[in-house]
Design a protein around this ligand. Structure first.
Ligand SMILES: CC(C)(COP(=O)(O)OP(=O)(O)OC[C@H]1O[C@@H](n2cnc3c(N)ncnc32)[C@H](O)[C@@H]1OP(=O)(O)O)[C@@H](O)C(=O)NCCC(=O)NCCS
Length: 176
């Protein structure tokens, strides 16, 4: 497999990335249009960066994230849930994983694990946080195996039909 993993200029390749996310996560055209605006805004945040995985020059997976700020929309939503459990300190000095997606044709080959491990290895922060749909899923299985633990469950984002779990891990992530 001709797999290359490295830095991705996500602002310039947003359509390829969202095409991967659309099939991996199940996004319709309207949601893709909304995500395109959000991704472009996120990539202007301080320290925001992305990694891409390509096979034969075609993007098959990506991850992006940034140093967390309590002023970011995501933080303002999860903060009360974390605070209720005494976990809101995780919002400080934390690298947030905003998206991680691998095309279904290329899943279960270690690409997702490599993407999230590489991007967090480059973080100056001592820990990482993220949110994932609160269900037994490959994503949750991967995050648990990397050392992420649940910080809050049944977190409701406005307009998201399903509740999320917020998870956190100390960096560097656990190796197998
Ligand atoms: C989550 C995702 C990025 C993982 O990418 P991937 O390249 O398939 O992951 P990897 O091959 O690196 O790791 C697979 C790991 O996932 C977990 N996993 C895979 N399938 C699983 C399943 N059916 N049940 C539970 N865990 C599973 C395991 O921990 C596995 O680790 P292993 O190597 O010890 O078997 C990918 O499944 C995906 O894009 N899913 C849809 C989009 C999504 O949910 N993104 C995350 C949003 S929070």
């Amino acid at each position: 497999m001709d797999l290359v993993i490295g830095p991705l200029d996500l602002a310039a390749h947003v359509d390829e990335a969202l095409a991967v996310q659309a099939v991996a996560f199940g996004l319709g055209p309207d949601e893709v249009a909304v995500r395109r605006q959000i991704v472009q805004r996120h990539m202007q945040y301080r320290g925001a960066r992305a990694l891409g995985a390509s096979v034969a020059g075609r993007l098959v997976g990506f991850v992006y994230g940034m140093p967390n700020s309590r002023t970011h929309w995501w933080s303002t939503v999860v903060e009360p849930y974390l605070r209720a459990g005494g976990n809101d300190f995780w919002l400080d000095d934390s690298f947030v994983i905003t998206e991680l997606h691998v095309h279904p044709d290329h899943q279960n080959r270690g690409i997702g694990r490599r993407l999230i491990t590489m991007i967090t290895d480059s973080a100056a922060e001592p820990r990482s946080i993220l949110s994932a749909i609160d269900t037994d899923s490959p994503a949750r299985g991967l995050y648990f195996s990397l050392g992420y633990v649940d910080l809050a469950r049944q977190v409701h984002f406005p307009s998201a039909p399903k509740p999320y779990a917020v998870m956190g891990a100390h960096l560097p992530l656990r190796r197998r």
